[in-house]
Design a protein around this ligand. Structure first.
Ligand code: CA
Length: 228
């Protein structure tokens, strides 16, 4: 069974998430503090996706996210953010989360995101194509290593999927809806903004000057393109 870590200190919300994950064939692993979550992740290396609440006693969800990424684990991360904390989304994605869900969320919304992220994790092992080279960049699907001028750049699952999409479609104008559907899945019910936030983060990692991007270029009112 596919394991999902559920880090949430409010027990009623945690039970609500746990019930819905079970109903959809997932095996939830529960944690009520950040410290507890990190321990559970160490004990269960087969956890594919982690749901992290932001506001917690002790270390917060962002710190947990940072530590998971620092450990080099490929766990998919979805932040659970409150509606009043609009900035949380950006902060969460900047610390290395793959996605976020705003509270209150519906079960179908949450499961769609977990499904989409699990699909991305799975497909990474399946579709192993050849090495792609574009300008200073080199992407190797066999070991998922992405390099710029021979130096490795660490990418999240989402960023990797985006790079794969761009480098597979050089010079092609990709609409934001097209990108959303390719990376997050056809049935993803979310805002197009998540595409922009992820591209912004990716640019900080790969561009020479993120304020004047030369590789991932913007097509105003439409989407993005690999190359100018
Ligand atoms: Ca909380």
């Amino acid at each position: 069974m596919k394991k999902v870590l559920v880090l949430e200190d409010e027990s009623n919300i945690r039970s609500f998430i746990v019930i819905n994950l079970k109903r959809n064939g997932y095996e939830p692993v529960e944690a009520d503090t950040g410290e507890d979550a990190l321990e559970k992740l160490r004990d269960n290396p087969d956890i594919g996706v982690a749901l992290l609440d932001v506001m917690l006693p002790g270390i917060d969800g962002f710190e947990v996210c940072r530590r998971i990424r620092a450990s080099g684990a490929k766990t998919g991360i979805i932040m659970l953010t409150a509606k009043s904390q609009e900035m949380d989304k950006v902060t969460g994605l900047m610390t290395g989360a793959d996605d976020y869900v705003t509270k209150p969320f519906s079960p179908s919304e949450l499961i769609a995101r977990v499904d989409a992220l699990y699909r991305r994790l799975g497909s990474s092992q399946d579709d192993v194509g050849g090495v792609m080279i574009s300008g200073p960049f080199r992407l190797n699907p066999a070991n998922r290593i992405f390099e710029k001028n021979g130096e490795r750049i660490r990418l999240t699952q989402t960023e990797y999927a985006l790079m794969n999409l761009f480098m597979s479609n050089p010079g092609k104008a990709l609409s934001r809806a097209e990108i959303l559907s390719a990376i997050w899945g056809e049935d993803y019910v979310g805002e197009l903004k998540i595409v922009d936030v992820n591209i912004r983060r990716l640019r900080l990692k790969i561009e020479d000057d993120a304020t004047n991007p030369a590789y991932i270029t913007t097509i105003w009112g439409y989407g993005y393109k690999w190359g100018s």
